[in-house]
Design a protein around this ligand. Structure first.
Ligand code: URA
Length: 433
């Protein structure tokens, strides 16, 4: 087999066989295929696509290019969820303890933030002492013992994807549904859970800019899950504004704690609760959504989800005092209110712009080895649908440095107003099975 013939085939819109895809991925790992050849093939895939079988075959080859995390030693139903990335997305912090409080097993490996989207690991590291680097053995032991652990990704999961993603990033070949779907699913399938819930976001600041593309991506990922024997369901959620009120690491942890206690913002609570309900039904733990709703609200109202979060923090070496009294989290040097320049209803808050402005405050990293400032970020006091009068507080900024005129101008431009009352929109648009 020759890679040049495989490139030629895809250039001519032909279907690649399982063996050809395996040959390519093996060549990436043993470095017998040059980066420029992979780049050419990636571009041919971007332009000419892949059918669902080719996409599943690509996923399978990437999945078996690295370690597989086996969970057989853990009894019970093991679940996982994945979000395609959002601004203010602290769902894992709530969902992991919530699901464990409902009796499921959550062995969760998460990532750090890059660019304007945050990462669960950066958020957890706002908690003094929290150890995201358990060994695989410690991680599995903790899930066995308390039902849940959240750590940074260990091992070498889907290394072929890592190499391909780096190439895609510099060759304008990121935006392709088969490539995104296989990239995400190869890493998810490498952890042997019973089910995966995908949260596919669309809108500004999301990979998918419109709902139709988000649905297409979700359908392809579900078909990969089915072909490779994993129970996979997807939620389509909108990003017409950042999720919840908090954007920035410590602020998001505090908001997650409030949400676990039942005092979270409406949209973020809806996202967490709906995700938990769908997972309970997906794995057959609840017979329908109504039963799942009761289980989930019991876990929140009885505070068992909140206590489970405390247990996670304790087991992973974090400072429980900070969780019990969130005033103990370190604060930014300055807190500045931003007042509205006009009256009306908020129609949209540009997530991508808010994410970038948060990154400029230091909450996120531009390059992979940048450090983050856990203290800084936003509290979005007014959200989409809210009525605002001139001079009302739109948001509060937590910052260490000074806010430049241009930065504040950019912040105002993230808000779009309308004169007409538009009501509050739902964050979860669709469930695809
Ligand atoms: N996230 C991934 O892991 N891979 C992609 O290709 C896009 C988003």
């Amino acid at each position: 087999m020759r890679i040049v013939d495989i490139i030629e085939k895809k250039k001519n819109k032909e279907i690649l066989s399982k063996e050809e895809i395996k040959f390519w991925i093996k060549g990436i790992i043993d470095e017998s295929i040059e980066d420029y050849q992979s780049s050419a093939l990636l571009m041919a895939i971007v332009l000419n696509g892949m059918n669902e079988e080719e996409t599943a075959n690509l996923t399978e080859s990437m999945l078996y290019s690295g370690d597989i995390i086996k969970l057989d030693m853990i009894e019970g139903i093991k679940v996982d969820k994945h979000s395609t990335g959002g601004v203010g997305d602290k769902t894992t912090l709530v969902l992991a303890p919530l699901l464990a409080a409902c009796g499921l097993k959550v062995a969760k490996m998460s990532g750090r933030g890059l660019g304007y989207t945050g990462g669960t690991i950066d958020k957890l590291e706002s908690i003094k002492g929290y150890n995201c680097y358990l060994s695989e053995e410690e991680f599995l032991e903790q899930v066995k013992k308390i039902g849940v652990s959240v750590i940074a990704q260990t091992g070498d999961l889907a290394p072929a994807d890592k190499k391909l993603y780096a190439l895609r990033d510099v060759t304008s070949t990121v935006n392709s549904i088969p490539l995104i779907a296989s990239s995400i699913m190869s890493k998810k399938l490498a952890i042997e859970t019973n089910s995966i819930l995908l949260d596919v976001k669309y809108g500004q600041g999301a990979f998918m800019k419109n709902i139709d593309d988000a649905k297409k991506l979700a359908e392809v990922m579900i078909s990969i899950g089915k072909m490779l024997g994993r129970n996979t369901v997807a939620m389509i959620t909108n990003m017409n504004q950042p999720i919840g009120q908090a954007v920035g690491n410590t602020l998001e942890v505090i908001e997650a704690i409030e949400t676990l206690k039942g005092n979270g913002p409406r949209d973020f609570t809806e996202l967490c609760v709906r995700s938990a309900e769908e997972i309970l039904v997906q794995v057959g733990m609840s017979k329908d959504i109504d039963e799942a709703r009761n289980t989930v609200s019991d876990a929140i109202n009885s505070k068992s989800a909140y206590y489970k979060f405390i247990e996670i923090v304790k087991c992973q070496g974090g400072d429980v005092d900070q969780i019990e009294d969130t005033d103990k989290f370190p604060k930014s040097k300055h807190i500045t209110n931003i007042n509205s320049l006009k009256s009306g209803y908020i129609e949209n808050i540009n997530s991508e712009r808010i994410g970038k402005l948060a990154m400029e405050l230091g909450a996120g990293r531009e390059k992979i080895d940048d450090s983050v400032n856990h203290r800084v970020g936003f509290k979005l006091v007014k959200k989409v649908g809210d009525k605002v009068k001139k001079d009302d507080i739109l948001c509060t900024v937590y910052h260490d440095g000074l806010l430049s005129e241009d930065w504040v101008k950019q912040l105002y431009s993230a808000y779009r107003f309308t004169e007409v009352e538009i009501g509050q929109e739902n964050i979860v648009e669709n469930i695809i099975k």
